[in-house]
Design a protein around this ligand. Structure first.
Ligand SMILES: [Mg+2]
Length: 264
């Protein structure tokens, strides 16, 4: 592990790491500017598959952060890469938002709205437009032995102070209880989430650091991929969680400002 200052590629979680909802944390902007001015690269990672890439880029740009598709990698994109490798243009049924279905369609998948087709994959995402019919359809497909793919394992989505919404992992647990089938999860903490980026951008593991606020997705992902990890305590994790977690980050900081102070 080389020093923080020597890292060239910064993989950044968003919610809880650089902002909370629509408010940037202090020094988040200065931190990104510093990366830009010192020719370091950054990629924002998110497991949230309910929104399109465009929504994230708009949000980042509105907050004053320079970001293009080159700076973003989502669990939806990881799922698209993964399925494209198995079967290009596959027919899929998506338990997901309209935005997620659009992303699949734009990538050449045949997205169907009912189960009366030869379906190659059932894809479950963080569907905040979920209804009962989609769950019934998913159960039918799982009983038909259709491969079960999930964009991300997160159980909850942080929706506000002490407020959590059920996320993709919770939906999948429900389907698992109903059918006995377990999904193959993409997104963090799967190491492919990072390996795909290193491959695309041509960086080595040693040059890379992952910064995030959640142990079982962010930090676990960095550990699985063999890159340096830094936990920030500005989001979901407190020091007590850290003591009991099997996922131990290389560094722990109060916030992104501490990292800014070290690498500036
Ligand atoms: Mg987070």
């Amino acid at each position: 592990m080389n020093k923080l200052k020597d890292k060239k590629l910064f993989l950044l979680d968003m919610d809880g790491t650089i902002y909370f909802e629509n408010t940037l944390f202090p020094y988040a902007l200065e931190f990104i500017d510093l990366l830009n001015n010192t020719k370091r690269e950054y990629v924002f990672l998110t497991n949230n598959s309910s929104k399109s890439c465009k929504v994230y880029l708009d949000k980042l740009n509105k907050l004053g952060i320079k970001a293009s598709m080159d700076n973003l990698f989502t669990s939806s994109l990881a799922t698209i890469y993964y399925l494209n490798n198995i079967k290009k243009g596959a027919t899929i049924y998506v338990v997901g938002t309209k935005a997620l279905k659009e992303e699949f369609k734009e990538s050449g998948f045949n997205v169907v709205e009912d189960i009366h087709h030869d379906i190659d994959f059932l894809v479950v995402g963080y569907d905040n437009e979920l209804n009962y019919q989609k769950l019934v359809d998913a159960v039918h497909l799982l009983k038909r032995d259709v491969p079960f793919i999930a964009t991300n394992p997160d159980l909850v989505y942080p929706a506000g102070k002490d407020l959590f919404y059920p996320d993709c992992g919770s939906f999948c647990h429900m389907l698992e209880v109903a059918t006995g089938r377990k999904p193959f999860y993409l997104g963090k903490p799967r190491k492919e989430m990072i390996e795909l980026i290193l491959d695309k951008k041509g960086y080595r593991k040693e040059e890379t650091i992952l910064i995030g606020d959640r142990l079982y997705t962010d930090i676990a992902c960095g550990i699985n991929a063999g890159v340096t990890t830094a936990l920030v305590l500005s989001g979901e994790t407190n020091e007590e969680d850290l003591l009991t977690s099997p996922f131990k980050p290389d560094y722990v900081f109060d916030s992104i400002k501490d990292i800014y102070d070290i690498i500036k």
